[in-house]
Structure formats: C-alpha cells, structure tokens
Design a protein. Structure first.
Ligand SMILES: Cc1cc2nc3c(=O)[nH]c(=O)nc-3n(C[C@H](O)[C@H](O)[C@H](O)COP(=O)(O)OP(=O)(O)OC[C@H]3O[C@@H](n4cnc5c(N)ncnc54)[C@H](O)[C@@H]3O)c2cc1C
Length: 759
C-alpha cells in the first residue's frame, strides 16, 4: 500500500479522473506512430525556452572523402548520361545503360552498410546525391531515392533477422534484386492502416517443402519501382484463425518480403505519374503463399508492421523529398535569376522590374532556407536521431515551398517555361511538384494531423508522460506517474505564461539570444514566439483536450508555427555555420521576417477562431495584445536577395552549390541560359557605356567610337547566345502523333477498373 500523500491523493486524484476523459485518447496506430523515432530540436522549441547554444553547437553535416569522390565521380557521370526529355517523352523509361550504371555503382545501396556490400553513406551524402540528380532528372532522382528510403532495405536494416539481412542485403547492394514497397491500396490511401489486404497463417508448400506460412491476397497501387521489382515489401493484415502462431486471431499489420516471381503475383503494368516515367504501377496477389521466414523480423514481428513503418518513415521522410525540394528551389532560383537577367522587355532586363524582383527575392531566400533545414536535419540523422516530428515538418514544408518557388520560376519565365521540349528545364519540375506534395503522407493531412497533432504529444515535455500514466492498467502506478508529470507541467505552464507575457509586452527586446552578431535580434524574436507557442499549446490542450484533434484548422495553424520555428532556427544555424557571411544577411533577414509574419498571423487566426472564447482572450492578452504587428521583409531586403541570383557572386554560389552543371559548351537548355548569363554579365560594362552615350545600337556605337570592334564582336556573340537561351521548341504534327498515348491497349480511352477478386 503506498504511503498517503496530500497532493497526490487529495488534489491530483480528482484531476487524474477528470483528465482521463479530457485528454486525447490514442488509438493503437496513433500510439505506434507517436512512439516511432525520437525528439530533438523540436523538444526545445516546445519547451518555450530553446537553448540556442545547443542549436549552434550541433555538428554541421559533413561528407567523408569517399562520399565526396562518389559525388564527383559516378554521380557527375550519371548526370551526364541523363536526358530528361528523352527519358520522359521518347523512351518512357530510363535508358538501359542508365539502369546498368545505377546498379553497378550501387546507387540503390546508399544506406546498406559496407559489410553487406553497400555504400554505407551518411544521410547527408545520400541527400547530396539526390540533390544533384534532382537538378538533372526527377525520374532518375526518384528511381535512385526509393530503394534508399522507406522500403525493404531500411526495414531489413532496422528489423530484419540476421539470416534475412545476410541473404537480402548483399543481393540488394549488388542490384540483383530491385525492391519496392507496397502499402497503399485503392481503398486505403492516407488512412493506410485501414487496408483490406490480408494474409492468413496456414500450412502450405514452398519450394517442395511443407512449411508454416501465410496465404496472401492483396491489391496495391501507386507503387514506385513495382513494375520492375523482383522483391515486394508488402504490408497486409495478418490473421491466424487456427492459432498456428499464437492465441490471437487478428494479429494486425505485418510486413513481409514477397518475391515477385511467386505464383499468384501480378505485376508489370504501369501508371504515368504526371508524365514522369519513373517505374510506378499497381500490383496484386491472389492466394500467394510465402513461408513464415519471409516476414520481416520473423514471427516475433508479426503484427508490429505499423510501428516498423513509422519508425522507418521517421528517418526516410527527412531525406528524400526534402533533398529533392531543396534542390528544386535552388535550381529554380539559379535558372530564374539567370534567365531574368538575360531576358529583356521594354528594352531592359526583366530582372530590373520590381515586381520580378519580388519573386526573385522570395526564390533566393527559399533556396537558402530549405537548404539550411535540409543540412540541419541530415546532421541530426547522422548524429543518430530519428526525429519523427522534424522529418514530417521537413517533408510537408519543403514540398510546399518547392511548389511556391517552382510557380514563381514559371511565372518569371513566362512562355519559355510553358512550351514543352528539350529546351524546357522547368516543365518537368512543375509537373512533378504534386507528386512530392502527395507521397510519404499527403501534405494536407501531414500539416493538420502530424506536424502538430503528433508533435504536441511527442515533443511536449510532459504530455506523453501524462497520457501514458492515464492509460496505465495499474491505476496506482499511473496516479503516481501522473502526479509527478502533472505538477511539473503546471510549473512549466506558469513559467511559460510569465515568459510569454514579459516577452510580448517588451516586444521580445529582452528575450534570450546568443552572441550571434547581426542575427541577435532574430533569436530574441524566436525566443519570444517559442514561449508563446508553448503557452498557447498548453491552453489549447487544457481547454479542448481530445477535441483539439478534430479541430484540424486550429491544429494546422499550430503546426505552421512549429514549422516556422524549426525552419527559421535552421536558417540562423546556417548563417552561423557558414561564418556569418555579410553577403547572406539579406537572405537570412528575408527568411526570419517572413517567418515572423506567418507566426504572428497564425496566432491571430488561432485567437480569432478559438472556440473557448475566454481562453482566446487570455491568449491575446499574453501573446500579442495589439494583434500581429510585424511586417515582413522590407522591399530593400527583397531586392538585395534578388540581386544575389541575378549577379554572379559568392553568395549565389553558396545558394546553388551541389547542383549539376552541364558542360558549358553543350546545347542543353540549362547550359544555354548559363552561357547567356555569363555573356550578358561580361558585356554589361560595354552596354553601360553605350547607354551612357544614348547609343543602344551596336553599329551606331561603333561608328561613334563609343565601343571598339572587339566590343562589338562580344556584344553580337552575347546577342546570339541570348537568342538561343530564350528559344523554345516546336514540333511537326507527325512528331506529336504519339501512337496510343491516350488510349488503352485495345484502342478504347475509357477508364478501366481492375478488380483483383475477378482474377
Ligand atoms: C507517384 C506516386 C508514388 C507513390 N509511391 C508509393 C509507394 O512506392 N508505395 C506506397 O505504398 N505508396 C505510394 N504512393 C501512395 C501515396 O503514399 C498516397 O498517394 C498517399 O498516401 C495519399 O493517398 P491517396 O492518394 O489515396 O489520397 P487520399 O488518402 O484519398 O487523400 C486525398 C486528400 O485527402 C486528404 N486527407 C486524407 N485524410 C485526411 C484527414 N484526416 N484530414 C485532412 N485531410 C485528409 C489528403 O491529405 C489528400 O489531400 C505513391 C503515390 C504516388 C502518386
């Protein structure tokens, strides 16, 4: 019998009982998602008092010598082999030589350790490979990223038995096996756990032996690499009606490796995702029998599939799509800055128009921010963390911001971005954006349910402890644990309320900030917003309890604030790690001030819409009594950011580092714009002289002696290169008559619905 405690037994106990009803309850799948991975800088942001020294002390991501050699060698070589137009519009696949190169150089084995024959790369190296490939061909980048992301390789590494690892990993590393991972089915998309694909434990015959195994029936779709996969990582619900492996009938989601040559497996037809031709398609299985040792992790892992998936996702989600998105933003900034500089309308470079500079400034700063966050997240993964909330933020935010940057790039390019053809380097990216938005957790659901919903529970210093205590089957032990967590939580809330009030009413002037030079005021504002966030979260949880989960619009806004806090702290870290470059200060200022505006607006929207009005009034009083009062980057800062990408300079190189540079003298669309950019910049002083003399015509300026013959030749060559750079493709009607492009195999063009039950 535990001793009597006044606080626990008389004060905490009634709260404990009431909280059982008020706090959100967790379903098994939610609990498993929340328990996957760990917390990292997100926990500091949730504390309301982030430790800036800790942030600046995180070791920046670095490449080993071998990783650098791989990027300079095979990755460069591969990029040189890729012709995205040909791949997407003519071959509808990567060329055979590229497939061979990918396998032979172990692009599919970046995460497989060297002892199994893989490359054993760091998360940062993996990310750099994806970055370079993404700047050349999305189809190639996706093909290379998928086996290294959520799938058989990662799952075997984390959960496979020794025998499974010894058998499969070397085969995957050598490219003898091509993996894919099938989770999504027609009925179960975002709610993947509701899948109807089923496996039943039974005895059966496998390779001539009578063994215990699983009979599978499934129908999956949208599965990347499926049409050419030799091994399918399959998620299904396992049942054991005859209790052959235990007492449970419905064992739950289980993951197994299914060789695609087994009888009953149908695979091979293809989807066309936004006209990107990376291999993707549906597959289904009818009465397919696999032995028990094909379950990843063996019998002990039966029913633990959801947890395994969430755990694998906690890391993978932070690498592939964020790297692709950061690369896309940098690529868009690079090419759009160059194009705007060479394109003239109304007799001036369009880069001189303020309305264009507004877009260019945003693109430059977005490239800076996304790369900052990508590097910081990779560094955390390489440091052994699996920060599930951070990687979900990265996936959703990086892809959303890529969308804004690519749209800006399209708008600035005008028709040049729209007309498809080998000279168009943007159309493919533009079509690819929704793929990034949708896969690995569609962004709408990720923003509203995962970034904050799971984040609030996972990264909060006390909430998960309280919820675990409330669900403890031993209620005495639960009460004890709750008593400790709850009162610590109360102290934390009061401290944050006080901090929030002081920091808000003093405009953040005295909030904590490290000695960070010109960036110091930004830290102060982030400290202010971090305490306001922690305080508002506590109030929202206290007043809405489990109801907060259903208030997706409120949750999404909290998710946005948390995301802004994360991304802008990454920008601060980047500026510091890169030696506090004076020339990059405008980029940092743009990122920080834009973040502050979003944060202030989201607080205002939360306060304006919060259903419990007295709580909203308290939030307003303590967080921003005068409403959102921050204004975002000034026009001068936006113009300074735009200038970085419209002029060759070190700051521009820092933004575009790691992207593929096609050979300068090639006829590639990217190379042409780069060449025109270099020439335009080189002849600028000559043109300035002509403009000063009010003689814009080359021949007239030559005749008047304003320029010499060499200048004139240079100018004429620049004009030629610019006209090549602004050129677009056209096609004959015959060239456009792609046979059967809009038809089914039988010539019909109606939708066909595959029903596996009829197989
Ligand atoms: C090109 C491509 C490649 C893919 N590769 C793979 C793969 O290799 N393996 C694999 O298993 N899957 C793969 N997928 C599937 C992908 O993960 C799913 O498309 C994704 O999970 C969304 O499912 P859905 O498309 O059915 O959309 P739905 O689930 O039908 O969602 C529709 C919309 O509703 C929103 N939504 C859903 N629930 C909620 C909610 N509770 N609150 C708010 N909004 C909500 C979503 O955000 C989305 O905007 C791929 C998909 C594509 C397009």
């Amino acid at each position: 019998m535990p001793h009597f405690s006044f606080r626990r037994d008389l004060i905490t106990k009634p709260i404990f009982r009431a909280a059982k009803h008020a706090l959100p309850t967790l379903s098994d799948t939610e609990r498993e998602a929340i328990e996957a991975g760990d917390v990292w800088w997100d926990a500091d942001l949730f504390s309301g008092n982030p430790d800036w020294k800790k942030l600046l002390g995180f070791r920046p991501a670095r490449l080993s010598n071998d990783e650098q050699k791989f990027l300079a060698g095979p990755v460069e070589q591969l990029c040189g082999m890729l012709d995205d137009w040909k791949i997407n519009w003519e071959l509808h696949d990567l060329p055979p030589a590229v497939w061979e190169f990918l396998k032979a150089n172990k692009f599919f084995a970046m995460i497989i350790p060297t002892e199994y024959g893989g490359l054993g790369f760091s998360a940062y190296a993996h990310s750099e490979v994806i970055r370079k490939l993404s700047s050349r061909s999305l189809s190639a980048a996706v093909t290379a990223m998928v086996p290294n992301s959520l799938g058989p390789g990662e799952l075997l590494l984390q959960f496979g038995t020794k025998a499974q690892q010894d058998y499969w990993l070397p085969r995957l590393a050598r490219g003898e096996e091509i993996p894919c991972f099938g989770l999504t089915s027609p009925e179960a998309g975002s709610d993947a756990a509701s899948m109807v694909d089923v496996g039943v434990v039974c005895r059966g015959s496998f390779e001539g032996r009578e063994v215990l195994g699983i009979r599978l029936n499934w129908h999956k779709r949208y599965i990347t690499l499926a049409p050419i996969a030799t091994v399918l990582g399959l998620a299904f619900k396992l049942r054991d009606p005859d209790h052959l492996v235990g007492q449970q009938t419905d064992i739950g989601i289980t993951l197994a490796l299914v060789p695609t040559n087994l009888p009953g497996v149908s695979i091979g037809r293809r989807h066309l995702p936004a006209m990107h031709v990376f291999q993707n398609g549906p597959n289904w299985g009818h009465e397919v029998f696999i032995p028990m040792d094909h379950v990843i992790g063996g019998v002990e892992q039966c029913g633990k599939g959801w947890k395994m998936l969430m755990s694998a996702l906690a890391a993978g989600r932070g690498i592939s799509l964020p790297s692709l998105s950061a690369a896309a933003a940098a690529f868009a900034a690079d090419l759009t800055g160059a194009y705007a500089r060479v394109r003239e309308q109304f007799h001036v470079s369009i880069s001189r128009f303020e309305a264009i500079q507004e877009r260019l400034g945003r693109m430059a700063a977005t490239a800076y921010l996304l790369d900052a966050a990508r590097r910081m997240t990779c560094a955390s993964l390489d440091d052994g963390h699996h920060p599930a909330v951070v990687t979900a933020i990265m996936k959703a935010q990086a892809t959303e911001r890529m969308r804004i940057s690519v749209n800006d790039a399209m708008d600035v390019h005008g028709g040049k971005g729209i007309i498809e053809g080998p000279l168009n380097y943007l159309g493919s990216l533009y079509r690819g954006v929704p793929i990034g938005i949708t896969v690995e957790g569609a962004n709408i659901v990720t923003r509203s349910l995962i970034q904050f919903g799971q984040g609030a529970i996972r990264s909060h210093p006390y909430l998960l402890k309280e919820m675990t205590a409330l669900q403890d089957a031993d209620s005495e032990r639960g009460l004890d644990a709750f008593d400790k967590a709850f009162w610590a939580h109360v102290g934390h809330s009061f401290a944050n309320a006080f901090r929030t009030w002081v920091r808000a009413w003093t405009g953040g002037l005295f909030s904590p900030a490290p000695d960070a030079g010109a960036a110091r005021p930004f830290y102060r504002q982030l400290s202010r917003y971090s305490s306001a966030f922690a305080f508002a979260v506590d109030l929202a949880l206290l007043s809405l309890g489990g109801g907060l989960k259903r208030q997706e619009m409120i949750s999404a806004r909290f998710g946005d604030i948390l995301s802004e806090l994360y991304l802008s702290s990454a920008a601060l870290k980047r500026w510091n790690d890169e030696g506090r470059q004076e020339a990059d200060l405008a980029l940092l200022e743009w990122c920080m001030k834009s973040s502050f505006v979003v944060i202030a607006m989201r607080f205002d929207e939360i306060i304006g819409n919060f259903p419990v009005r007295p709580v909203a009034w308290l939030m307003r009083l303590l967080i921003q009594p005068l409403g959102p009062s921050t204004r975002g980057p000034t026009d001068r800062v936006t113009q300074a950011c735009a200038a970085i990408i419209t002029n060759p300079c070190a700051a521009r190189e820092r933004l575009t580092v790691g992207l593929y540079e096609p050979k300068a003298d090639s006829s590639d669309g990217v190379a042409l714009v780069k060449r025109a950019f270099a020439k335009t910049v080189a002849v600028q002083p000559i043109r300035d002289r002509m403009r000063g003399a009010r003689l814009p015509d080359i021949d007239e300026a030559l005749a008047a002696g304003i320029i010499n013959t060499e200048d004139a030749a240079q100018l004429k060559s620049a004009v030629d290169v610019v006209s090549m750079a602004i050129a677009v493709n056209d096609f004959s009607p015959e060239e456009l008559a792609l046979p059967g492009a809009s038809k089914n195999g039988d010539g019909s063009s109606q939708a066909k619905i595959h029903r596996p039950a009829a197989e």
